[in-house]
Design a protein around this ligand. Structure first.
Ligand SMILES: NC(=O)c1ccc[n+]([C@@H]2O[C@H](COP(=O)([O-])OP(=O)(O)OC[C@H]3O[C@@H](n4cnc5c(N)ncnc54)[C@H](O)[C@@H]3O)[C@@H](O)[C@H]2O)c1
Length: 246
């Protein structure tokens, strides 16, 4: 495949390397200094664009891919309130987009088991539940997109929780959470690629369910596999469409 990379930071660089190892061609790399290349003929030649930039730039990059009719895989997080609008634009323009809050295969297995676990724990109201996420200090959004997906899976399965709230450790505003609120606790620690933990605790015991990313390689590989899966498809997809866990 001919790949255009949008965003050439930590993830973009990993993806470039792995894409070449898998036999793909990176035909264009776009970052802040060459934004106008999004309107170039070269960009239109790409079979797919892979976007890992910033929450502030992702929407304009998606619009540019739609305008050029280049299918786009989006890894950038922190824009999910816009999903309904982006979905409508994607479908009305006969375009193609796949997004994931986390492209690692292990995390997508985790998402599935997390949902099953929440349905099971619905029977045991003596357990309080909490989500914890740890990321590197340069991360711009909190909570992480992955933690939000985990929280939504829990809220779907547990009748006793109806919304999530976020607390960044060290920035607590003194607010007391309601029983129906699911706390996502965010920790920012240098160099951590991403750790997510779901903790169910009762007076007598605790169940801890945890995913630890050892590096960014798992995200990069998942994004390339998603781009390969997207070939020949039209429409708006999330990574869960790629897996069949039933
Ligand atoms: N979905 C996943 O699996 C996953 C995994 C890791 C990171 N992420 C997310 O991906 C995003 C990027 O992560 P990163 O670690 O590579 O960040 P990074 O800060 O290392 O890189 C971001 C890059 O985007 C560039 N950029 C800024 N504005 C741009 C624009 N308008 N057009 C093109 N490029 C632009 C920056 O110059 C920088 O090079 C973040 O939102 C992060 O949360 C998602």
């Amino acid at each position: 495949m001919k790949i255009a990379l949008i965003g050439y930071g930590k993830m973009g660089k990993f993806i470039e390397q792995l894409a070449k190892e898998r036999g793909h061609e990176v035909i264009l790399i776009i970052d802040t200094h060459n934004q106008s290349d999004l309107q170039s003929a070269r960009f239109k030649e790409a079979d797919v664009a892979i976007e890992f930039s910033t929450p502030h730039s992702v929407l304009s990059n998606v619009e540019a891919a739609f305008a050029a009719h280049v299918p786009i895989v989006v890894g950038t997080t922190g824009w999910y309130d816009e999903i309904p609008t982006v979905k409508t634009k994607c479908e009305s323009g006969n375009n193609t987009l796949l997004y994931a809050s986390n492209f690692s295969i292990g995390v997508n297995v985790f998402f599935h088991v997390n949902k099953v676990l929440a349905q099971l724990m619905n029977r045991y109201p003596q357990y309080e539940v909490q989500v914890e996420e740890i990321h590197h200090t340069q991360k711009l959004d909190a909570p992480s997109g992955t933690a939000i997906t985990i929280a939504e899976g829990i809220i779907d399965g547990l009748d006793r929780k109806n919304k999530w709230v976020n607390e960044v450790v060290g920035q607590h505003d003194g607010r007391v959470n309601q029983a129906a609120e699911l706390l996502i606790e965010s920790h920012r620690i240098d160099q951590v690629p991403g750790t997510h933990t779901v903790v169910y605790s009762s007076e007598v015991d605790e169940i801890e369910f945890k995913h630890t990313a050892h590096s960014r390689a798992g995200f990069a590989l998942g994004a390339i596999i998603a781009a390969e899966w997207l070939e020949g498809k039209r429409g708006f997809y999330s990574i869960s469409d790629m897996f069949d866990f039933k």
